[in-house]
Design a protein around this ligand. Structure first.
Ligand SMILES: Cc1ncc(COP(=O)(O)O)c(C=O)c1O
Length: 420
């Protein structure tokens, strides 16, 4: 067992006992290595959902006390999720059912503002959630161009984007991190370049958000979206938009909802109350990790969040290094993604293929040992197609989170060592 409980951050280790005890499902002896598909959920989040049903399960907007309390709770969840993005204001944050649904919704309203012949650039390394909705705008005469990743670096390179941009380019839709490669794209630099050409960015941060703290103001992104059920929360997603763009876009709610009624104009039917309230549990967890590892109680929410992610990074880097070193020691293995474990370069979502082996045959020998990994294309169909991995059943993906221990990883490596 890892003997690193009650160590603070300055000694270089996350207190894994403290961290793991925040996730009730981790008490079972099961190894969750499919976190990029969906993370485990915080006990704080579960408790808040139950508490909402027990004490404030009414419609918002009433003048009676329980309705006011319900409103305050939903607002609290929205406030904390805006803090995790560092949004300028809470109204710039739209909570929806999933990233897929939010991008689809925004493609529809954005499509209403475009003219025939306008251009949108997508990539061949994004999840379909950030591909199909834009491609469907071709039906109304929008031109779609594809920015292809560099198959050597597994990166999106700005020099490959440049020749695609014209004065008709309105949006560039791309991912902060690919859910297969794990490599981190330089969103700030890409955004600066896209803005210099007069277009906007629409960033899918789903594979990035569980691993690093987002700062939409620093990145200067126009739109940014991610799924909360992959970030230790409930089955929801969140989309940030710059306020002016949200005010400019047509809404998709009832006709009588005012154009400045943010975020409601983009939330037909409203948002899920109990799950939205539970979002404050994610923020409380980050803050508790920071304080437990030595940061002052008086630090701001963002400072605490940043500190917590630094604690997570240490564990994640350790996990990435161990698995990448192991995979690189195997001549039959090709890592599909960034080979450097450094936290500036990648997150701990690691994909690979093994020469002469179907990816699902590898998994067949892993999952009976109570280890959940996954194989396939993970809806990043452009990657599997570009790398011609269809016949191999896509990639094997081991997607870890900060709460995974080195002991868990050793269990997987021991099995893989016999197979590959
Ligand atoms: C990178 C990426 N983008 C988008 C999605 C879609 O998210 P959701 O399930 O919230 O629609 C996923 C889901 O796996 C993903 O990995």
């Amino acid at each position: 067992m890892e003997n690193n409980s009650n160590l603070n951050k300055s000694s270089g280790s996350a207190d894994m006992q403290f961290i793991r005890s925040a996730f009730p499902s981790l008490r079972d002896d099961y190894v969750f290595f499919d976190n990029a598909g969906g993370s485990q959920t915080l006990g704080l989040v579960m408790d808040k959902i139950t508490d909402y049903y027990m004490h404030s399960n009414v419609q918002l907007g009433g003048v009676y006390s329980v309705s006011k309390q319900a409103r305050a709770r939903v607002d609290e969840g929205n406030y904390h999720i805006a803090q995790t993005l560092n949004a300028e204001q809470t109204e710039s944050v739209i909570v929806g059912s999933s990233t897929t649904a939010l991008i689809r919704l925004f493609s529809i309203v954005i499509g209403q503002t475009l003219k025939e012949g306008d251009e949108i650039i997508i990539t061949n390394c994004d999840h379909e959630a950030n591909v199909s909705p834009w491609k469907d705008l071709q039906k109304q005469g929008i031109i779609i161009k594809t920015w292809t990743f560099n198959p050597s670096s597994y990166q999106l390179e700005i020099e490959d984007l440049e020749p695609l941009m014209t004065e008709r380019t309105k949006y560039v839709a791309f991912c902060h991190t690919s859910n297969i490669f794990g490599s981190i794209h330089p969103v700030k630099a890409i955004t600066e370049f896209v803005h210099s050409k007069g277009a906007k960015v629409f960033v899918d941060g789903v594979a990035y958000a569980p691993h690093r703290l987002i700062d939409v103001q620093d990145l200067d992104v126009d739109f940014y979206v991610y799924s909360l059920y992959k970030v230790f929360g409930p089955h929801l997603a969140v989309l940030y938009g710059k306020k002016q763009w949200l005010l400019d876009l047509p809404g998709i709610n009832h006709n009588f909802i005012a154009p400045n009624d943010l975020p409601y104009k983009f939330q037909p039917g409203g948002q899920n109350y109990e799950l939205s309230y539970s979002l404050s549990g994610i923020s409380e967890y980050y803050q508790s990790v920071a304080v437990h590892h030595g940061l002052s109680e008086t630090a701001s929410i963002r400072e605490k969040m940043q500190y917590a992610f630094e604690v997570f990074d240490q564990q994640e880097e350790r996990l990435s290094k161990r698995l990448l070193d192991f995979l690189q020691s195997k001549p039959s293995v090709t890592i599909i993604g960034e080979r450097d474990y450094a936290k500036e370069k990648r997150v701990c979502t690691i994909a690979f293929v093994v020469k002469g082996m179907h990816s699902s045959d590898i998994n067949a020998q892993i999952h009976p040992h109570n280890i959940g990994i996954k194989t396939g294309d993970f809806y990043a169909k452009g990657i599997v197609k570009a790398l011609q991995l269809e016949n191999q059943g896509g990639v094997v993906r081991v997607s870890m989170a900060h709460y995974n221990s080195l002991d868990e990883l050793e269990k997987l490596i021991k099995l893989l060592d016999k197979i590959i």
